[in-house]
Design a protein around this ligand. Structure first.
Ligand SMILES: [Zn+2]
Ligand SMILES: [Zn+2]
Length: 73
């Protein structure tokens, strides 16, 4: 079974319930962050309509702090 990567680093042993869409590591419920990111329109790889509600994206803490920083600058 897939284990939570963040728990492993803390010396704990938890089953992963989801996977970070950015780095692909397994995450337990405690380490899963759901981000409601807006859907971009007309960009590669395919043109998508703007949804009223952003798609929930599962991300880990690391990726949130390291990928979203730029967006809020
Ligand atoms: Zn965890
Ligand atoms: Zn990640």
């Amino acid at each position: 079974m897939l284990k939570c990567y963040d728990c492993m680093e803390e010396g704990k042993d938890n089953e992963a319930v989801s996977i970070c869409i950015v780095c692909g590591k397994g995450l337990c419920l405690d380490h899963t962050k759901i981000m409601e990111l807006p859907i971009w329109t007309g960009k590669y790889p395919m043109p998508v309509k703007m949804l009223e509600k952003g798609l929930p994206r599962v991300m880990c803490n690391y990726c949130i702090t390291n990928t979203l920083v730029d967006a809020f600058d």
